[in-house]
Design a protein around this ligand. Structure first.
Ligand code: 5AD
Ligand code: SF4
Length: 445
């Protein structure tokens, strides 16, 4: 059987896309391998969000090209395929810069991979497919299956918000919502193949407006009806477009986990305006309060960008002030990275690298302190943990609490992909460790 090795950079949407490319190539007889030396196809799914992420592609291609040469000496043919947002943004340039690439496909074209691979002929030249087709790729992809008890499901893609720093509206195109029935059918396939948790994905997931449900809140209620599905999550949300129905779902839908990732980016209204974010810091806090009223224990996480053009020390302190007021369970923070073709990259008042680094360190110190407090507050509690991974140590499994906190437990592999009640014994800033609450553990044979 032919094999495909897939390496994924970037966000959860890319992890989802990689799984769908695996499905698509599966229909051509390719089976996934974890070892690149075995790969008849070596596939890189790329990210363009920050400069560092995009640069990783070229070092990785160098590594894969060495494997390709080694395999050629053994008489084995290898295709190097690059997919994802870098292809959409700079397809021509990457083909010119990296001659080892055979095929490059953008995020809206990967359903065509089986056809492109089947007809690929090196003598006829390399292939670049990076347009925005009028029809949806989802209409062409084969049925999917879960490879873990926690699965991703894309319900919405693209973005019409045009934050001034962001490449997503250019790489993923305008907003598209999949119809509810199609989402429910895919969710059923995932649950039938072993998923217990589904993370509904979208660049602006709460802007979902597909056929068959009024908003994300109603869609969640429909997904919750699927027997065998135990946990529902969604990400990433855009602050100003939260509906009351979604907030209420956190109070009413038991399967919906008490967690929301709601990126604020900056706490300064001046910077939010320059970013073209359509809310103020005060409005953001008000939305958080609505979620907390509906579900008092809800964990909040956010993304932050420091050193956006024009950000002064006072602006940055506003961000620190909002962080203190909200109290985050976990967060992601980045130095502003100017991206080609975005308005912010052309702004005159860029912040120096030294100041960005210094602010990032200060922000991360505060965020880590908050995260540590949230983890420590779990000690002594009994929580259901979905065990999805094997730990580094033999006999150890890793899972997630409802609040998405990483949790370690000593347990044998029978418990993998199960939800088990654990008593939390210890906490560090980044993980918990727990023990079984013995009389409550039941393992399905
Ligand atoms: N520079 C730094 N961070 C960025 N993000 C998006 N674009 C940039 C950029 N140009 C961050 C935002 C977003 C997350 C996915 O990546 O915080 O929420
Ligand atoms: Fe990018 Fe803003 Fe759209 Fe998020 S909402 S994907 S940050 S443009």
């Amino acid at each position: 059987m032919s094999k495909v090795y897939i390496k994924t950079f970037g966000c959860q949407m890319n992890i989802y896309d990689s799984a769908r490319m695996r499905d698509a190539l599966g229909s051509l007889g390719y089976e996934e391998t974890q070892s690149p030396e075995e790969g008849d196809i070596l596939l890189l799914n790329t990210c363009h969000i920050r400069e560092k992420a995009a640069e990783k592609l070229f070092s990785e291609i160098g590594r894969l090209n060495e494997i390709k040469k080694q395999r050629a000496q053994n008489g084995q043919d290898t295709l190097i395929i690059v997919a994802g947002c870098v292809v959409q943004a700079e397809g021509e340039e990457i083909l010119q810069r990296a001659h080892a690439i055979d095929i490059a496909v953008g995020p809206q074209n990967y359903h065509r991979l089986p056809e492109i691979v089947a007809h690929y002929n090196r003598k006829k030249g390399r292939v670049l497919e990076a347009n925005f087709p009028a029809d949806s790729k989802f209409d062409y992809l084969p049925k999917t299956h879960a490879t873990s008890a926690s699965a991703f499901l894309a319900i919405q893609e693209g973005c019409d918000n045009f934050c001034t720093y962001c490449v997503v509206p250019y790489t993923r195109g305008c907003e598209y919502s999949r119809p509810a029935d199609e989402i429910i059918a895919e969710a059923r396939d995932l649950v039938e193949s072993g998923a217990k948790e589904i993370m509904l994905l979208g660049q602006n997931v709460n802007c979902w407006h597909g056929e068959g449900a009024s908003d994300l809140g109603e869609l969640i209620r429909r997904v919750a009806e699927i027997d065998g599905l135990e946990r529902i999550r969604y990400t990433t949300s855009y602050p100003s477009k939260i509906t009351e129905n979604l907030v209420r779902a956190h109070a009413e839908v038991e399967k919906l986990m008490p967690y929301i990732h709601l990126p604020i980016q900056s706490g300064s209204n001046k910077i939010l305006k320059a970013m073209n974010r359509q809310y103020t810091a005060e409005q953001y806090i008000e939305i958080i309060n609505r979620f907390r009223t509906a579900r008092p224990d809800i964990a909040i996480s956010s993304d932050f960008i420091v050193g956006f053009p024009g950000e002064t020390e006072e602006d940055f302190e506003e961000t620190l002030r909002v962080v203190k007021e909200v109290g985050y369970g976990s967060s992601y923070s980045f130095k502003y990275s100017p991206r080609p073709g975005t308005p912010a990259a052309l702004m005159k008042n860029q912040v120096s690298e030294e100041i960005k680094t210094e602010r990032l360190i200060r922000l991360q110190e505060l965020l880590l302190q908050q995260q540590k407090q949230a983890y420590e507050a779990m000690v002594g509690k009994e929580v259901p943990v979905l065990l999805t991974e094997k730990g580094k140590r033999k006999g150890q499994l890793i899972g997630y609490t409802p609040y998405l906190q990483t949790t370690h437990v000593n347990a044998d592999e029978r418990f993998l992909n199960q939800i088990v009640p654990l008593k939390i014994k210890k906490a560090s800033a980044t993980s918990l460790s727990g023990e079984f609450v013995c009389d409550k553990v039941a393992v399905k044979k």
